[in-house]
Write a protein that binds this ligand. Sequence first.
Ligand code: MG
Length: 264
Amino acid sequence: MRIGMNEGAIVVWENNHIRRYPNLRNIGLVIRDRECINQQEYEELKSPPPLELPIKSSKIICLAKNYPAHAKEMGVEPENLPPHPDLFLKPQSALIGPGENIIFPPQAQQVDHEVELAVVISKKGKNISVEDSFDFIFGYTILLDMTARDIQALAKKKGRPWFPSKGFDTFSPIGPVIVTSDEIKYPQNLDLELSINGQIKQKGNTKDMIFSIERIISYCSSITTLEEGDLIATGTPAGVGPVQKGDKISATIESIGTLEVGVI
Ligand code: MG
């Protein structure tokens, strides 16, 4: 099943049937009791519509250094990796959809791309066990964890929070769709790739994550209550680097699709 947004409604298409739901919060109920839209709407929506609006989530939790090769390129040796996932938050206001533009902030000298598999949470959960964590996954999408690297480097040096470097408006493009968990049974072996203007910059596979998705969900829920629609970005593989105004970014994750955004 694949999910997109159309005119503010969640659109689900599966086996040539398209259904619309007013918002993500209803999905848990409607998945068991689906209702088709009419034929005319179906014809209009035959091809997967773009995720035009961000989903509603109360928070976007991100992991730092969850792929050994990326940790190394950031100067972190294996013996200095944290014993549990290193977390930070991005605000809702950073979300944009496919075809939109990342705005290069005037305060930044260098803005880097980071392609990441994002988990969409299905229901409220606190202190979720590793064994139960897959029950809390609604689906998967692509998230770009855009980062003002010079601002982050200064923050690291001075021991200040990362938030300003990660939290700018437009710094969390997502999409092009949410693929529900029934379509991706084993998310721990998906190829990820990011290219700029057709040139490949990042290439990786989710099997290389240091902390598995189950452990990430369990750990996050030990700190904060997870809510339906929350996003967890699971870290980026190696190859992060700067983007420039005018660039076209294309990010692909196997079994999900390709997210395309610009930089202005
Ligand atoms: Mg990241």
